[in-house]
Design a protein around this ligand. Sequence first.
Ligand SMILES: [Zn+2]
Length: 272
Amino acid sequence: MDFDQEGFIDCHTHLADSMFEHDIQNVVDNARRSGVIAALVCTVTPSDFPLVLRLCDQYPDILAPCLGIHPVQKDSNGEQRCVTQSDLDEVVAEIEKYADKICAIGEVGLDFQPRITPETSLKDSQRSVLKAQVDLANKHNLPLNVHSRSAGKPTITALKEFGARNVLLHAFDGRPSTAMEGVKEGYFFSIPPSIVRSEQMKLVKQLPIENMVLETDCPGLGPVKGERNEPSNIQISCDYIAKVKNLPPQEVKKITSRNAISLFPRLKRILK
Ligand SMILES: [Zn+2]
């Protein structure tokens, strides 16, 4: 059966975020109406795990879960802080338990914004949490859904060193030349709707279309800063790539969905 013709695949969302709590049904309906046929839902913190699993059970024909721990966590008063080994310890058993069910390990990665990692030891801590999750991905033959903020080069270097095999780098903010090192490894890059207001046009220009997929990262990274983003905005990413690559949007949709299915083969469970 041919899976790749029919619609958009949103490779990175946070639909279990509290910003969708009150109208998730509408958001999913809007996504379907906009031609979205599948969306990956990522966790950030340990408390997201049950929420993401429940949401994907609720909409099994369109949502697929990714479980993993993000490099940026929140402490009890809501302040952002760097991930620790004990955060990872909290979730490893859950990832193992659901390894056959999930589409990828994620969201994982490195975030070297100075306010998150003022000390070198914190960068090392993020690296070791990432390594443990790359090991889990390899153990279960799962792809990785990867965050890299102010850490494009360190993230690609770490993924190579840790032996990561199937990788999506989402919302990559590094240099195009660094991204091309990932392309050499067969990594994919997803483009969010915020591309229309970012300075990453050169990245879209340089990346081969064979290594590109679509994402919204909703509720973040929408076309308008500060406004809630939704999977129904995915067309914006598609149209942007089409314009830069001088391809028909229909072709970009087809190629990126085909790429998404090859990177995340368990999407076929949804698209059957
Ligand atoms: Zn994300």
